[in-house]
Design a protein around this ligand. Sequence first.
Ligand SMILES: [Zn+2]
Ligand SMILES: [Zn+2]
Length: 485
Amino acid sequence: MPLRLLVLLILACLLQEWPEPGLVWLGCPANKALFVVLTWSGVALVGAVAAALGRQTCWELAHHPEDRDGILHRYGQRRFCHLLGLFVFFVLDLYVLGWGWTVFQLFPYPGSEVLNLAPLVAVLALSWAGFYDADRALHDTSISGAAVRPFWSRSAYVGFHLRQNLGLLLAPLLLMVAEKTLQRAFPEEDENAVVVATAIGLPLAVFIALPWFLRLAWGLKPLPAGALRDRLLAAASRLRFRFSNVLLWDTNGGVANAMVAGVLPCPRYVLLSDRLIQDLSPDEVEAVFGHEVGHVKYHHILFYVTFLMASFTAVAWLWSLLIPASLSQGSELWAKLPLVGIVCVYIFLVFGFLSRRCERQADIFGCRAVSCGRPDCDGHDPGVVLLPGGRGLCPTGIRTFIEALEKVAQLNNISRSRPGWLQSWWHSTIARRVEFLQRMLADPTLERRFQRTVGLVKWGLVLALAALLLGLGLLQGWDNATFLL
Ligand SMILES: [Zn+2]
Ligand SMILES: [Zn+2]
């Protein structure tokens, strides 16, 4: 979700000067009051659609409880379509219905970009409130859900989702506002060393400090002392994984998930949600912890960031070469909007492909984290010696990880083979991930082949991007490098 919101954030902060909105070009008078009314009517409408879709899922659950997987699938589809509609509405609102222009006219100061986001925050909050009933019904009718603890109130639920999604965006948002302010303050002084150093150093500092922002925004506390904490710390030292702390992610039992944040060993946190710890066995929690360690061992975060930045630069640069300057000077909006579209398609195709491969690598490391060295191992007694550095890979380790994956799908009400479309775009489906691990059980050489292919693809992409940027730099001169923002 935050990645998608980030795209909207970029769209909301894209322009220095907002032109008159699309409606004015269509003959509508440039009336700020009218644009405000249009914006907030749209917000109410999108929220009402969410409530209607939620109701429909509740009705299906009440009348066809036997078709739970089908209902989950359709619910995922509806939410996805709704989210897409919500995003389209927000972009139209900014550029066509006049919200961006109205804000710019009323508050032509640095930082007013934050106001551009107001309809987005409102429409997200209303939509979560609308989907609340469906999520509650799914929780109450799931096998283990109702027994765990009562579903939270509507306001707590909406507050939680707002904090989860917007809390993460706080740092990039502040960053973008700071960069815009800088650009406005020093429009002609691109060569100024201080400006350049700030423009590069500030994002880097924020990026490194992101885990602290996360901990603050989500109100995370360290996992309490006890057997599980000791076990995870022992696993970390066995896997030679350096990090600051394991944090407990309180979701009121709503989410079974884990996450790792941080490119440097400090600050770096592993987050485990309350539901995950509650419903998975200690072995399985350790395997999930191993999956997160795997992301760090394979440097996935660093890879994603380098890859995305190099890609954005390459796409923006190529775009500026292909589109004549006279055209792009005509309107800042029309010069940048198609570019954002191209970047979105690119992210969807290439980044989706890469992230699914990286998830699989992390899955394998999760298996290794709870494996001994015996290829014929058929179970672990309490005294088993697990291999250091994740060097072992035994059938018991693989089975433990598969169990954990299956439980995570069930606990989060994710359809096993047909989850929401975005879920499968980013992570692949649970069914496919399990199927791969099962093939690995049957064929021990599969992993080596898979790792070799992934390595080739990753290095191939990085080298191709590096060659492209180098070529552009040599041909065009580095001063002509074009950045998206
Ligand atoms: Zn992962
Ligand atoms: Zn074993």
